[in-house]
Design a protein around this ligand. Structure first.
Ligand code: SF4
Length: 440
């Protein structure tokens, strides 16, 4: 008998925001009767949810789309859809269509929620569908979600960005900041807690400016309200912008029983000269003052960051400022990047683009420094009992894994499935960034 079940396969590039948006695309497909499958060959529809923050993500996406030409020839009814930041760039959809004429549906970031109707359009007309909206639309609520990371759940609290950091393409492809109404966010969180989710991460390009467009709320009051919901769950959020992190917000974090003791606070550079060129709108001194305030209210808070090296005009002194700041703050983790030129951003045409070799040398120094900080912090875990939310099972290690309130990953053995449970683990082995131990 012919198998009538239809399958979908989604390839996601980029950040957590995109991972959650793929959960929405999957939700829309699932509502239409499609089920997820393991690989492209089994799929009736393949969706590429793309990212354009870095050039290599774009290159990888194009390479993977190109590799489907053969499959599409063999499987005439296969539908290939491409969406996300990459397609939202001016003129890119047409370029993509020319390069890969076998793509069936191309849409952007502003009409992700319209995927159902775009798919129906394709299925009924058999014609290619290219739909890119120039401007952001009103937030659409109630998009179905096919969540894939139990016991963790992602919740968008806002979309877009107003900041225009000079290296970043996001404001051009995601539009201006738009906040979801607090009642919609709280209802989504309540439903997730009732479904048994144990960790909620609130998402936005700059969660600290949540509510500015609504006028009657702010991020501090939102996290207080969510923290007051009944249930045994943790609350995280990302990402923060140092210019908008207020003392009031830090006090709300300190008072919240649900907020994890960790914060991601991207510094990008430790040099005032570079921060200005980046249009970050804070100084090294402002940032260090914030770290002081964070540690005043939450002394053991784990702080993670993003750092970019090789920004145009970065001198040895500028880099040294970054290096020394990392030494001083002692981050619990840092995502380090070499600056990548993005067409259409002011930094792409700045004078003083850096030599790749110099940037590589600098990033290696920074990685070495951060690794030594990680090792030192890991050692301090030895012999400690920590509360872990069990998030999954690692087949290779044959162990369960999860994170503590500071975001530190730990592995442990168990004969029973503990995914979604809080467990106490005695740390007996400390390595680089992850820990191992046994349940006590
Ligand atoms: S805050 Fe800056 S880096 Fe972050 S998304 Fe907005 S423009 Fe990009």
């Amino acid at each position: 008998m012919e198998n009538l079940t239809k399958y979908f396969y989604i390839v996601t590039y980029g950040c957590q925001m995109n991972v959650h948006e793929s959960e929405k695309l999957a939700g829309i497909l699932n509502e239409q009767g499609y089920l997820p499958c393991e690989n492209e060959k089994q799929a009736d529809i393949i969706v590429f949810n793309t990212c354009c923050i870095r050039e290599n993500a774009e290159d990888r996406a194009e390479g993977n789309i190109g590799a489907l030409k053969k499959l599409k020839k063999q499987k005439k009814d296969l539908i290939i859809a491409v969406c996300g930041c990459m397609t939202q760039q001016k003129g890119y959809a047409e370029q993509l269509h020319k390069k890969f004429p076998f793509i069936d549906i191309i849409f952007g970031t502003h009409n992700l929620e319209d995927f159902k109707s775009l798919l129906q359009q394709k299925l009924s007309s058999k014609k290619k569908v290219i739909s890119i909206l120039e401007k952001e639309t009103e937030i659409k609520e109630n998009t179905p979600k096919f969540r894939t990371s139990f016991p963790n759940a992602w919740v968008n609290i806002m979309y877009g960005c107003n900041n225009f950091c000079t290296y970043c393409i996001v404001p051009y492809v995601r539009g201006r900041e738009r906040s979801r109404k607090p009642e919609n966010i709280i209802n989504e969180c309540k439903a997730l807690i009732n479904e048994g989710y144990k960790e909620i991460t609130l998402l936005g390009q700059n969660v600290n400016s949540y509510g500015k467009d609504l006028g009657n709320t702010n991020f501090a009051s939102l996290i207080t309200e969510i923290s007051n919901l009944d249930g045994d769950f943790r609350l995280r959020f990302m990402t923060n912008h140092p210019k908008d992190l207020t003392e009031d917000l830090i006090i709300s974090l300190a008072n919240s029983k649900k907020c994890c003791k960790s914060i991601h606070l991207p510094i990008q550079s430790g040099s005032n000269h570079i921060l200005k060129l980046m249009n970050r709108r804070y100084t090294r001194e402002d940032y260090l003052e914030e770290i002081k305030i964070l540690r005043k209210y939450i002394p053991d808070i784990a702080i993670t960051t993003d750092i970019m090296v090789g920004f145009p005009q970065e001198t040895d002194e500028d880099f040294l400022d970054t290096f020394n700041l990392v030494k001083e703050v002692k981050y619990s983790g840092a995502f380090t990047f070499v600056y990548s030129k993005r067409k259409g951003t002011p930094a792409a045409t700045m004078e003083g683009q850096m030599d790749e070799e110099i940037s590589k040398e600098r990033i290696m120094k920074l990685i070495d420094l951060q690794n030594s900080i990680n090792r030192e912090q890991s050692l301090s875990y030895n012999g400690k009992i920590i509360e872990i939310l069990c998030e999954g099972y690692d087949d290779k290690k044959g162990k369960y894994l999860g994170r503590d309130t500071y975001g530190r990953m730990a592995y442990f053995s168990s004969n029973i499935n503990l995914i979604g449970k809080f467990v106490n683990v005695l740390i007996t082995e400390t390595g680089g960034i992850s820990l191992s131990g046994e349940i006590v």
